[in-house]
Design a protein around this ligand. Structure first.
Ligand code: SAH
Length: 390
């Protein structure tokens, strides 16, 4: 195994538990093939363990273990056993859960979501891509109730490691629709056709918060995807629920899910910005509005665009709230940290001369744990405000 030496004083992040070595931190670049296993040593001789090397990505090494080890099926199975044990402790009896959250489970670049008998995997690094067979074997061994594994390797970050877009069944038979439950509600999921891994598991606990706040309210769920927040609101006794998404596939899925739960949700296929603008001009008001938009920015250079996007969205939503209404607002990009998100909301509310009061502050569900020392693993902000009227 090749040893890679770091430049002097460039191991501060690693000492704090970060798992990436950036290219400009290498003292010498061995230019090995992608997915080569290397050990990383600081200038003062401190060893940081073993990881996967990449010859062109800005992330030159992704650390996997603090000691020298072989990365094989047994290693993957071991990591997965630990990850599953954690989920069993945190979210027992949840058939839909994230089993493996990359760096937070010490498996940089690997995402595994479980939907009952089906696992959906994403490999975001060349190292994990090369481990594909070991990963499939580990999943079916460690979680025998999983009988089908599919890959949805369509994330654009794969391009940074020279990986192609690829999706399909890796083992077993994928039913056209997989039926499963979350928060006691039934979901009929088209895992092959859905966005990301098929369903956004990170909002699981936040959906319960919306359910608990919806009784008797008129609720608008913007960016509803397959209906997660809308269904929880309807099940929580909302007076009426409207949900909007710009994807026709998502709206069809939301309709299927509302029907499966015998819940009434008015589904609108539209751009949420346009719909809110029309509501604002037309005098339509809602008691509770959920904003769960896609990340407006993935890279630091797009921060200004993200600020503008969140600002505009929250501003028009605030205009559509009835007096004393509730704004539920999320941001799923780690380039907008929570203080910045608060600042955006404060600025927009002040502009409209409205006072916001924070009722609840959430983040990603605990099956997406946050690794301190690795800020990239903390991405979801979920804030609930009421508008204070006097
Ligand atoms: N709230 C969802 C997840 C939202 S993901 C849940 O609980 O599962 C973001 C969604 O926004 C996607 O479904 C995407 O189709 C939709 N979307 C993206 N741009 C949009 C726009 N301008 N208007 C409405 N929906 C949009």
């Amino acid at each position: 195994m090749t040893t890679i030496q770091l430049r002097s004083k460039s191991d501060g992040r690693l000492r704090a538990g970060h798992l990436w070595v950036f290219r400009d931190e290498l003292a010498n670049d061995p230019a090995l093939p992608a997915a080569s296993l290397v050990t990383v040593v600081a200038a003062d001789g401190t060893s940081y363990g073993t990881g996967f090397y990449h010859p062109t990505s800005r992330i030159a090494v992704r650390l996997l273990a603090t000691h020298a080890t072989t990365i094989d099926t047994e290693f993957v199975a071991d990591r997965l056993r630990n990850a599953v044990a954690l989920r069993n402790r945190l979210l027992p009896n949840e058939p839909m859960r994230r089993l493996m959250f990359g760096e937070s489970d010490l498996m940089s670049g690997l995402i595994i979501d479980q939907f009952g008998p089906v696992a959906v995997i994403q490999m975001l690094s060349a190292g994990m891509d090369a481990l594909r067979h070991a990963i499939v074997e580990a999943i079916t061994t460690v979680v025998p109730s999983i009988t089908c594994v599919i890959e949805k390797n369509t994330a654009r970050v794969r391009l940074l490691e020279g990986l192609e877009q690829r999706e399909g069944v890796l083992t077993g038979m994928l039913p056209e629709i997989v039926e499963s439950t979350e928060n006691g509600l039934t979901y009929m999921l088209d895992l092959a056709g859905g966005q990301k891994t098929g369903y956004f598991l990170d909002q699981k606990l936040n959906r319960r918060v919306v359910g608990a706040l919806s009784s008797g309210k008129s609720v608008l769920d913007c960016f509803c995807n397959v209906g997660g927040f809308a269904l929880n609101a309807a099940a929580g006794g909302a007076a009426n629920v409207t949900a909007v998404d710009s994807s026709a596939v998502a709206i069809d899925a939301a309709r299927r899910n509302a029907k499966a739960n015998n819940l009434d949700v008015a589904l609108v296929h539209a751009n949420a910005f346009d719909m809110l603008r029309e509501a604002s001009h037309g005098g339509q008001r809602y008691d509770l509005i959920v904003l769960d938009p896609p990340s407006f920015a993935k890279t630091r250079s797009a921060v200004d665009r993200a600020r503008a996007g969140y600002g505009e969205l929250n501003r028009i939503a605030l205009k559509c709230l009835s007096p004393g209404g509730t704004l539920v607002t999320a941001s799923c990009t780690q380039v907008v940290p929570e203080p910045m998100f608060f600042d955006i909301l404060y600025t927009e509310a002040a502009r409209l001369r409205k006072r916001l009061r924070l009722l609840h502050r959430g983040s990603q569900a605990p099956d997406h744990p946050i690794l301190l020392g690795m800020p990239e693993t903390q991405y979801l902000k979920f804030l609930v405000f009421d508008v204070v009227d006097d």
